[in-house]
Design a protein around this ligand. Structure first.
Ligand SMILES: *Cc1c(COP(=O)(O)O)cnc(C)c1O
Length: 429
């Protein structure tokens, strides 16, 4: 093979996969097996000591799941990665090697609704906490970091408002503080945004969304850049010091850029068990083969629909960052050079009641909590995904009562527009 680095369109099909050595099967087989036979006692010991890479038990690793993890790692430009059972599992798996009771995460106020709750409520049970600040206010981000901060967390394209984070600026702050930047790249996908190129240490995904692309399975991934020096300070003892949960192995010293990935497998997946199953990995491997084609069409349609909405006098505002009227339009070319995604909100005249009527009147759009499906999806965030939040939190997150969130699919753009047109007519009648 030539030394030429393969391009995205090639890696999304070939990354992590080779013809099956046993059968020649061209597609990645679904290795529906819980356990893998050791050659002998010595082989088993080498695998358990991480002296040799291989398969032991599918809670830790499985060949189908590993092919997917490797493929996403290629697409994100990382050193290593793992898959897990959902996007929320991926977030916990990303925090787990970094955090101890008493530690905190500095996170953006603009987050997926479930992430908001995970960070502000659920992680308290582990003795962790999160400080949510406006990531456009760089001084506020800096000021929020204290001696117990172990990570900065944000979304590249933030749900639900189509907000784009200035990843370079945030990565610089993380760097200066000696802590990793974790970026949830779900709404962008690696085709639109490569957080590692902008200085992110870890990238998390809900593979449930664009990576699978057809709304079939839940899954998650954590990709490590391999560039963070876990031993530069004493903040990350699980990686830089002997790990008591893995017979005193010093992961960073022994595994270098693969320290985080191996810790996530050998301790995280082993003990937390948030494992992706091979059948789920299969669906995502199928979906990911067409990622770039789908994302191009998602973006093309989103631009058309957003422009149509913006010009319609029944609409008060549209948040799509791909519109010149967006305050984030300038960031698109730098952070998301292939487009601003297909997720945005719009406000309609008549407020909450008319939003509910609109949702009840759509025909082509599906009223669901999902996003990143081939189908166009719609939801009223304030009464659903962001329901648990206070009014102030909803305001900060961009989930106001008079806005609906759309995830524009890859159907014909004129059909999508026609459906919104008829539903708006009914809503405002
Ligand atoms: C859906 C989503 C999640 C959670 O992922 P699940 O697979 O549903 O657990 C996290 N972040 C973002 C941006 C999402 O869209």
């Amino acid at each position: 093979m030539s030394d030429r680095p393969q391009a995205f369109d090639t890696l999304q099909i070939h990354g992590g996969a080779a013809p099956d050595p046993a059968t020649g099967a061209r597609q990645v087989p679904i290795y529906q097996s819980t356990a893998f036979v050791f050659q002998d006692a010595d082989h088993a010991a080498r695998l358990f000591n991480l002296q040799e890479v291989g398969y032991i038990y599918s809670r830790l690793t499985n060949p189908t799941v590993a092919a997917l993890a490797e493929r996403i790692t290629h697409l994100e430009g990382g050193a290593g990665g793992i898959c897990c059972s959902s996007g929320h599992a991926a977030q916990i798996m990303a925090f787990f090697p970094l955090m101890m009771p008493g530690c905190n995460i500095v996170a953006s106020t603009r987050l997926y609704g479930g992430t908001y709750t995970q960070l502000t409520q659920t992680i308290k049970r582990f003795g962790w906490s999160a400080k949510l600040v406006d990531f456009d206010d760089l001084d506020a981000v800096k000021a929020a970091i204290d001696d117990d901060t172990r990570a900065i967390f944000c979304e590249s394209i933030a749900n639900p408002g189509g907000y784009i984070t200035d990843l370079d600026a945030i990565a610089k702050i993380a760097d200066d503080a000696g802590i990793p930047l974790i970026v949830d790249n779900t709404s962008a996908s690696p085709y639109l945004c490569k957080p590692i190129d902008h200085g992110a240490t870890l990238v998390v995904h809900s593979t449930t969304k664009y990576l699978t692309g057809n709304g079939t399975v839940t899954g998650g991934a954590v990709i490590d850049s391999g560039k963070f020096d876990w031993s530069a300070n004493d903040k990350f003892p699980s990686l830089s010091q002997p790990e008591p949960a893995y017979h005193g192995l010093t992961f960073h010293e022994v595994l270098g850029p693969m320290a985080f990935t191996f810790h996530s497998i050998a301790v995280g997946l082993r003990d937390l068990g948030m494992t992706m199953n091979p059948q789920g990995a299969h669906y995502t491997l199928m979906g990911i083969e067409t990622l770039s084609l789908r994302m191009q069409k998602h973006v093309e349609n989103a631009v058309k629909v957003a422009k149509w909405l913006e010009a319609d006098d029944r609409i008060e505002s549209v948040t799509y960052a791909g519109l010149e009227s967006s305050p984030y339009f300038d960031r698109v070319a730098r952070i998301c050079p292939n487009g601003a995604g297909a997720l945005f909100t719009f406000a309609i005249k008549g407020g909450y009641d008319n939003c509910v009527k609109l949702i009840n009147s759509v025909e082509l759009f599906s009223h669901v909590a999902n996003l990143g499906d081939a189908r166009s999806l719609i939801i009223h965030s304030a009464s659903t995904t962001h329901r648990q939040l206070t009014d102030e939190q909803r305001q900060a997150a961009g989930a106001l009562p008079n806005v609906v969130r759309v995830s524009i699919g890859i159907e014909d753009a004129d059909d999508i527009i026609a459906d919104l047109d008829q539903a708006l007519t009914k809503a405002l009648a």
